[in-house]
Unconditional design. Sequence first.
Lengths: 205, 205
Amino acid sequence: MVRKTKFETAQTRLQIIAAAREVFAERGVSRTTLAQIAKAAGVTRGAIYWHFKNKPDLFFAMLEQVSLPFIDRIDETLPEENPGDPLRGVQASMSEVLRLLKEDMVARTTFEIVVLKCEYVDEFASLDIRVNKTGCAFVQKMIGAYSDAKKRGLLREGIDPAQCALDSYIFIKGIIQLWLSDTDGSLIRGKAQSLIDAHIAMRYK
Amino acid sequence: MVRKTKFETAQTRLQIIAAAREVFAERGVSRTTLAQIAKAAGVTRGAIYWHFKNKPDLFFAMLEQVSLPFIDRIDETLPEENPGDPLRGVQASMSEVLRLLKEDMVARTTFEIVVLKCEYVDEFASLDIRVNKTGCAFVQKMIGAYSDAKKRGLLREGIDPAQCALDSYIFIKGIIQLWLSDTDGSLIRGKAQSLIDAHIAMRYK
DNA sequence: CGCAATATACATTCGTGAATGTTTGTATAT
DNA sequence: ATATACAAACATTCACGAATGTATATTGCG
């Protein structure tokens, strides 16, 4: 019972990735064995070694599946809605991150792995660079938005757009980190949205 | 050549902890073996098993060595200097965190391990709770400071002290995280202090 | 105050399990 | 007919914990 059709092959590949994500989140990346992933996916290690070179290769494939759409979502939400008010765009993209955390279980689990269940070392050290790269892009876009807001006279006096954007990036990274580690929800799970609103409100004139 | 004096025994214990911190930061917690730590400390695994039950035990001992003095530093810097202006106290404690990151290599390395080189899983899952606990205490103290500032009429209108404190906590956690992952220093290493200043400045009336 | 007796502080060795990567086998889509 | 998509089996490495060995600091006792 081997040699599946192309569609089935793609399916098992997706199954392996999905299983890897679950086990990574549960056991941590370094402690999960390929045998555990295989069992969760309903295959053997042979299947994994067929589709992926090794664990890091599978890990980054799992990541890519989420990070690419994620960047797109940010790009979409930032300039959209309220074209006259760039601050609303920043707020919207922050809220979108929060929405993903809340509603998109695949995205949430992936974030959880990246923030809490992975060591940035050896073959995974490049993850650092990857995260920072998308971060820089986000900062650049927010600089544009804040500069635009300043031109339109919406921004408070004495605020430097570049510094303000960096502050917002730090803020949203902090939100993600705290939201994920606040497992019982007492700290910020319910307050995150109003924190974002307050963060933006402080920037208005 | 065994059975050292009490002083020497304490020394080797400290050596093991120091070596553990270095190797943890270099290889990540899960990938470092006790043999590597032993080699770095100039002892054998036997010595480690004498002083510590196992790797998690050694890990938490290493952590305790830093976290206890750290909490004390926060408690000291927050209410100190400028007793008439609580906002300066918050600023001072944030700057102190930054100073530790910059100057105290032991603290920096320990932070680096906790943020980037450790998976919050199994025996290390409780690390999460521990971090959150000191975090909550910090938030509580800042709520006190911001409430005090409000009473004195220093705080901007419409700012809720509790929300403001949580925002500051998120901010400082974001600073730490980004500062540590910004290894080449291009992103925030030089700008962190002015970001803190701006963060506080935004809270003044 | 001196001398066993014993606890201490490790080093060394050993057995075991477990994860990895590879190789081989095989049934089936193309 | 052949390359594909795995499963199954194998060999190797390696980390852990425990057991054992041992030399020396302490300590109790006469």
